[in-house]
Structure formats: structure tokens, C-alpha cells
Design a protein around this ligand. Structure first.
Ligand code: VG1
Ligand code: CO
Length: 542
């Protein structure tokens, strides 16, 4: 039986950089999740009888929303839903399953690197049939629908057992509960030289992978330990918990501090890595050396041909605008295109579908390729392992070798979290207003060569996305970029991205914050961060 339930719109359901993210109590309001899910379905056409993938990162409230989404999919006419066992699918695994089973799309329940628990964050996002996040025209339509919705459809059905692999029926709709890991692990075997990586581990290579009590735990156990023969214990914190053990599942030097300390300490493993809540990010640390995500993108692009999947080379490279320009130099050397997109993976989909690029990345620890349409944490880790197995050098040797060939882009991101929204908006507005006056002038002794508010013209579908971040470029290739986060759930988060280029024959041995101090001062001088935010230092530096 199908129920049509009357509802009223909520005025705060605008999807951000990656879906709708709110505190759990917001999602727990009657009809809140239902309204958003119905608005997704109302914005799609032609899904009757087709398949929908549903999975999440296992955080608090995941199971409840899965049961709702399944019954709503049945009432809206989907032919089947495919669910990961226990409601678990990493974001990259969900992308792969949508593609592999040619589903119409997928609903991914995650707030990624944000904390989980009864008072923490939850999220819902929709992915289209290519496996990637819905592009802006779809998210705009969903948002428009949330403002007018007056009813949703939901089937009367008992709770589905999502913990056992098997099939069920809800009316005419099939429900398939599948192994969360198997399809993904199998795909990884087709991309990389597992024999070479197995030999690496057999030779005593030591690795630590921190799953941060989030979704990659079962994937890392299966792939690294069971299939690649890494010793038991290589994957740490591998049991997904609804509150991630009370931590932020954000793989950076602040929240993965234990891993960092181990890699910097005596008797450190050769290689350390971590992933985030939903498994699409990666942190890479070698013994005694942290690899910035922007450098990791450049390094992976430069060395990808060493892995079977990329042996014929890359078609092109894409990076989000605030990501450092290190990858640009690799693209230039390879003689392939370099595309600069706004922040968020949804902007890479068209470039990948059109065959213009093979590898994409963001400074926020996201890297991925054309194997799926999401960033992919374990994929990046496996590509690193494949490269290490072939080159037989340490991470430090590979990174410093790269700098001596291409130069080094010193890079940092300063986040000012939970700033009052009005104050953050004023900072950005004042900055935008002064852009035309900056070019040709000096800020703290640095000459501005260009200053604009980044607008992206998608080369594939011609769509334009404006106001994607204020960027100020100085002579010599240094930059500061300012934008407001689109994933936070309290107030506004100001992100300041700072980059300085040091040529191949320059000094690559400086401490990052020291190397960037002149630019950090220039960012303060031009934007008045202290005055506007009331903070005298960032909350997080990555
Ligand atoms: C952040 C990152 C961005 C990333 C997005 C989703 O967005 O900066 O690069 O694509 O999170 O990643 P924002 O708008 O807060 O800067 V995830 O792993 O949170 O899905
Ligand atoms: Co994520």
C-alpha cells in the first residue's frame, strides 16, 4: 500500500558542495528527510522500473534513513534498490556500483569528514547514472522543489533486514542487499599490479592505514590485509562506528595526529595513510615526510603510467581552483590538458565523461580517476603502493625528486570555523568589491598580477558557475584564495588557501608556514581576517 503524506516545505534544504548536510536533530524533525528524498525523486525523470543504489558511511541515523528511502523508492516506482550490507557503502563503492549495475542513480547518506552521533552531522546526496554527484542543474532543481513540496509518497512495508545478503520484495519493487566490499575490491584488482604490491609487503615493507572508525575499515581489511598480504594490524580503527569513536573522521594532520606522530617517530612504518568518514579522501604520509594533497595529485599524475590501468598515459588532469598548481607543471610536461574547476567533485564529472581528463584532485585530500565518478581514498593509497612497488624508493625520495624536477609549491589552507555567517559574508563582499583596484599594486611588498572572483565555464556543457572563490595572484606564481565552505553545519567556515612556488633550483627545505609567512601577512592585509572574524588565528591549518 502506498501512502501519500501531506507535508510542508522546510526553508533550509539547499544542497551545498556535496549534498545536504545538517545536524542529526534537524534531520530528525518529522518529514525532514522524507521531504528532501521526495524532492530528489520529483526532480528526476524516467526512473520508473529502474534501479536505485542506497548506501551510507554507517554514521548515526544511517539505518533509519535507509529504511525510509527504500519505502519511498518503492512508492515512487523504482524497479529495484541495491543496498550495501548493514547499510554500508563507501562513496567510491557506491559510485562504482551505480556504474557497474547501470543503476539510474544512487542516494548516499553521509556527511563525509564531519563528526557523527546524535548531536553531530548527517547528510544526504544524490548521484546520477554516471556514478557522480548530481551536477548543479539537478541540485538547483532539487532545492527549488524543497520550497514547494506538499506531499511525499511512502510504501507501507515492514522493516527490511539490511544486515543479511539477500533479496526482498516491497510491492512490485525488489530489494537486493549486497556485499559492501566485493565489487569494489574486485575493481581495484583490475587497476593495479596486486602481485607487485604483494611482493613489496613480503619484502618487509610496513604500512599503517587509519580508517578512523569510518567506512573504509572493512575495505582496507579486505584489500590490504586479505588480498595484498599486509600483516594484520596494518588497518587500524577499522570497525565503523556510528560516532566514529567520538572523533572527526577527517584525515588531516590535526585529526589523524597519532598516525602522523607514528610516521615521524622512531621505527616509523614506511608508509602511512588514512581516509575520511565516507572513504573518498586520502591522507598520505611517508616515513618522516607529510605529502600535501596537492603534491600527491601531481606525483600520482606524474607516475600513474607505472600502474596497469594508466600504462598508456593520461588524457588530461583536472584540479579544483584552490588546489596548488603543482599538477599544472606535470600536465605541461606530459603535454596534456589541465582543467581548473570550482571546489567539489561534481564539476569533474563532465570532463571525465567526455574523456578530457583521467586524473582529478582537490587540495582537501581528494584524488580520483576515470574508474568512477567520485574521489576515492583507497584508490589513491593503492596507486601510491603500486608506484612505491615499482620505483623501489622511499616516499621521501620520490617527493624530493619530484620537487627537484618540477619545483615545489609550498601550500597550506587556513580554516576559520564557525564564524558568524554575516561577518564571513561581509569579508567576502568587501574583498570582491576591492578586486578591481588591486592589480598592479603591492600588498606587503608583493605585486598583484591578477585578482578575480573565479567563474567556471564548463567546456563540455557550456554551463557557467560564478562566485567560486576570490583569488589574488602575485608575481612569481604565488597566490592567496578565499572562499566560504559549502559543507559546514554551524555558521560559516572561511577557507584561506595560500601557495608559493619555488622553482626547481630553489630552496625546497623550508618549513611550510615559515615559507608562506609573507603571503599569510598579505592575506590578512588585504582581507582583514582578524577584524571580520574576531579571530587572531585559524581553527585548523592543513
Ligand atoms: C570541502 C572541500 C572540497 C570537497 C568537499 C566534499 O568542501 O573543500 O574540496 O569536495 O568538502 O568532500 P567545502 O565547500 O567545505 O570547502 V567530502 O569528502 O566532505 O564529501
Ligand atoms: Co568524504
Amino acid at each position: 500500500m502506498i501512502n501519500i503524506v501531506a507535508t510542508k516545505p522546510f526553508d533550509d534544504q539547499k544542497p551545498g558542495t556535496s549534498g545536504l548536510r545538517k545536524k542529526v536533530p534537524v534531520f530528525q524533525q518529522p518529514n525532514y528527510a522524507e521531504n528532501f528524498i521526495q524532492s530528489i525523486f520529483d526532480s528526476l525523470e524516467g526512473f520508473e522500473g529502474k534501479d536505485l543504489v542506497i548506501g551510507g558511511d554507517g554514521r548515526y541515523f544511517n539505518r533509519e534513513v535507509i529504511q525510509i528511502a527504500v519505502r519511498m523508492a518503492a512508492a515512487n516506482g523504482f524497479g529495484s534498490v541495491i543496498i550495501g550490507q548493514g547499510g554500508i557503502l563507501s562513496t567510491p563503492a557506491a559510485s562504482h556500483i551505480i556504474r557497474k549495475y547501470k543503476a539510474f542513480g544512487g542516494i548516499i547518506l553521509s556527511a563525509s569528514h564531519n563528526p557523527g552521533g546524535p548531536k553531530e552531522d548527517f547528510g544526504i546526496k544524490y548521484n546520477i547514472g554516471n556514478g557522480g554527484p548530481a551536477p548543479e542543474n539537478v541540485t538547483d532543481a532539487i532545492y527549488a522543489r524543497t520550497k514547494t513540496i506538499d506531499s511525499y509518497r511512502i510504501a507501507d512495508a515492514p522493516e527490511i533486514d539490511i544486515d543479511t545478503i539477500g533479496t526482498h520484495d516491497i510491492g512490485a519493487m525488489k530489494v537486493r542487499v549486497i556485499d559492501s566490499v566485493a565489487d569494489y575490491a574486485q575493481m581495484m584488482e583490475t587497476l593495479f599490479d596486486f602481485d607487485a604490491i604483494r611482493t613489496l609487503f613480503k619484502g618487509g615493507f610496513r604500512m599503517a592505514f587509519d580508517a578512523m572508525h569510518a567506512v573504509t575499515g572493512p575495505y582496507a581489511k579486505e584489500i590490504l590485509e586479505n588480498r595484498l598480504g599486509a600483516p594484520e594490524g596494518t588497518a587500524r580503527n577499522f570497525v565503523p562506528l556510528p560516532d566514529f569513536g567520538g572523533h572527526h573522521p577527517d584525515p588531516n594532520l590535526v585529526y589523524a595526529k597519532q598516525l602522523y606522530d607514528d610516521l615521524m617517530g622512531e621505527n616509523a612504518p614506511d608508509f602511512g595513510a588514512a581516509s575520511d568518514g565516507d572513504g573518498d579522501r586520502n591522507l598520505i604520509i611517508g616515513r618522516g615526510i607529510f605529502v600535501t594533497p596537492s603534491d600527491s595529485l601531481a606525483l600520482l599524475a606524474a607516475n600513474a603510467h607505472l600502474a596497469p590501468a594508466y600504462k598508456d598515459g593520461l588524457k588530461g588532469i583536472a584540479r579544483s581552483m584552490p588546489t596548488s598548481c603543482a599538477a599544472d607543471r606535470v600536465a605541461e610536461k606530459l603535454g596534456v590538458g589541465l582543467y581548473e574547476t570550482p571546489t567539489g567533485w561534481k564539476f569533474f564529472g563532465n570532463l571525465l565523461d567526455a574523456g578530457l581528463v583521467t586524473i582529478c584532485g582537490e587540495e582537501s585530500a581528494g584524488t580520483g580517476s576515470d574508474h568512477i565518478r567520485e574521489k576515492d581514498g583507497l584508490w589513491a593509497v593503492l596507486l601510491w603502493l603500486n608506484i612505491l612497488a615499482v620505483r623501489k624508493q622511499s616516499v621521501a625520495e620520490i617527493v624530493t625528486g619530484h620537487w627537484s624536477e618540477y619545483g615545489r609549491n609550498y601550500y597550506a589552507r587556513h580554516d576559520y570555523e564557525a564564524v558568524e555567517t554575516d561577518r564571513a559574508n561581509t569579508l567576502i563582499k568587501e574583498l570582491r568589491d576591492k578586486l578591481p583596484t588591486l592589480v598592479g599594486h603591492g600588498i606587503n611588498g608583493l605585486t598583484v598580477v591578477s585578482a578575480d572572483d573565479f567563474a567556471y565555464h564548463d567546456p563540455v556543457d557550456g554551463s557557467v558557475s560564478e562566485h567560486q572563490g576570490v583569488r589574488i595572484l602575485f608575481e612569481g606564481g604565488s597566490r592567496v584564495v578565499f572562499r566560504l565552505s559549502g559543507t559546514g553545519t554551524s555558521g560559516a567556515t572561511l577557507r584561506v588557501y595560500i601557495e608559493r612556488y619555488e622553482a626547481a633550483d630553489g630552496d625546497h627545505t623550508m618549513e611550510t608556514q615559515a615559507a608562506l609567512s609573507g603571503l599569510i601577512a598579505a592575506a590578512e592585509a588585504v582581507a582583514g581576517i582578524r577584524k571580520h572574524t574576531g579571530r587572531d588565528k585559524p581553527s585548523v591549518v592543513t
